[in-house]
Design a protein around this ligand. Structure first.
Ligand SMILES: Cc1cc2nc3c(=O)[nH]c(=O)nc-3n(C[C@H](O)[C@H](O)[C@H](O)COP(=O)(O)OP(=O)(O)OC[C@H]3O[C@@H](n4cnc5c(N)ncnc54)[C@H](O)[C@@H]3O)c2cc1C
Length: 384
């Protein structure tokens, strides 16, 4: 690890110390946004980690971003340690850095460094996992696009000032290929043509995830991000890092839960010995730890390949499957280790359980990640 990478870990660790599990318990319970945490991330330069220096960022790579996310998540913040950086720095910063033109970079990247929040509007109620079935349509009229449609489960849309919006610009039946005809737009928020309604959910209650209704939204042509109709290929440069981010989160939550369980198992004594001395308690935690560390290396490899401009879909999807299963095993057995207290809000494990369960179904579901591995790594026929 080089000096800069060690500094990232050190800085993330210092932030994590100021935002302990009690802070997150309160934010989750009261459904309040962690303003103080966000300000600390911005102040430390974390929103600009991957943004070039010329726009005020740290000009580092996805690998360093993963180190920051892992540290924040595993040292105390749980999913929040990854979540907010992913929304703004990956969805906004990375998408624009990769595919924005000079005007777009100058307009948005310095603001993202200073804490402008972003969101990504991809999922639709009728398309779900099948992004190519996107129905939201952008129609060119004069110098602008008029956009109509609906998005769902858009995290951070209630607060963000910027949105990367995925639409069709060519209807699927007219596109030469199913993968052509999607385009990306940069949209400034709030906008009277966009209605945002939060969805009540199971966890991560310190951040809202929303339905988004778009009616006659007018967007200047120059707000298109990257080439028209090539949006499917462009967005993969954001979705793979998103997968890597959530793998970092899954492993990080697992490590956090294991630490809590170990601490508890060392001091809890019910039959004359600490419960941590029983193999039934010890081995599942040890196994989860081994699997998390293995998944972590695979995720580093995915990030390394991405940073080198090499294909990384195989590693990103395999790391996601492995990290989530290992993380789920860790949190599940942490809950068993704490017995009844594992179910009590005060001990935090139940919150991490709610958080880690999201990562099995988003950003990519376990099934779709496995379908990718089956087809592209194993060479089996497409399963759907
Ligand atoms: C809290 C939260 C935050 C989110 N944030 C965002 C966000 O910020 N931006 C955004 O765009 N989206 C976001 N999402 C959406 C998320 O990415 C999707 O929910 C997820 O991709 C699954 O889509 P779906 O819910 O429509 O499931 P569906 O596509 O309806 O799938 C349902 C089930 O069927 C399975 N399935 C479907 N097709 C196949 C197949 N061919 N083979 C095998 N199994 C299959 C799936 O794996 C899944 O288990 C968020 C979701 C949640 C819950």
């Amino acid at each position: 690890m080089n000096v800069e990478q060690k500094m990232i870990i050190q800085a993330a660790s210092e932030i994590a110390q100021d935002f302990d599990p009690e802070y997150w318990r309160e934010k989750d319970k009261k459904h309040t946004y962690p303003e103080e945490f966000w300000k600390a991330l911005v102040k430390a330069g974390f929103t600009g980690i991957i943004i070039p220096e010329v726009y005020g960022g740290g000009e580092m790579k996805m690998f360093e971003m993963i180190l920051a996310m892992e540290t924040l998540t595993s040292e105390s913040c749980g999913l929040a340690g990854t979540w907010f950086l992913c929304l703004t720095s990956i969805f906004g910063g990375l998408s624009i850095e990769k595919h924005g033109n000079e005007n777009q970079k100058e307009k948005y990247l310095p603001k993202i460094v200073k804490g402008m929040e972003f969101c990504l509007a991809l999922t639709e109620p009728d398309a779900g996992t099948n992004t190519l079935n996107t129905q939201t349509m952008a129609v060119e009229k004069g110098g602008e696009y008029v956009i109509n449609g609906q998005k769902t489960f858009i995290s951070g849309a209630d607060r963000a000032n910027g949105m990367v919006l995925i639409t069709r610009t060519t209807p699927i039946e007219k596109a030469p290929k199913r993968t052509l005809g999607l385009s990306l737009f940069l949209v400034d928020l709030p906008n009277p043509a966009i209605e945002v309604i939060p969805i009540e959910k199971h966890g991560i209650n310190y951040s809202k995830t929303c339905d988004v209704f778009i009616s006659d939204l007018r967007v200047p042509k120059e707000n298109m991000l990257g080439e028209k109709d090539k949006g499917w290929y462009l967005i993969l440069d954001t979705l793979n890092p998103e997968r890597m981010s959530f793998s970092a989160a899954a492993g990080g939550i697992g490590i956090l839960a294991i630490k809590k369980a170990v601490e508890y198992a060392k001091q809890r004594n019910v039959f004359g010995a600490p419960i941590g001395s029983y193999q039934a308690i010890q081995f599942p935690l040890a196994e989860a730890k081994a699997k998390i560390e293995a998944a972590r290396l695979l995720n580093y490899r995915a990030a390394w390949r991405y940073d080198k401009g090499q294909p990384c879909g195989a590693e990103a999807n395999m790391a996601k499957v492995a990290a989530v299963e290992a993380g789920i095993q860790a949190v599940y057995h942490a809950m068993q280790t704490l017995g009844g207290y594992g179910y009590a809000v005060e001990y935090d494990v139940e919150r991490w359980w709610r958080e880690i369960n999201l990562i099995r179904l988003a950003p990519v579901t376990r099934q779709m990640a496995l379908a990718f591995v089956g087809e592209h790594v194993l060479g089996l026929p497409k399963s759907y």
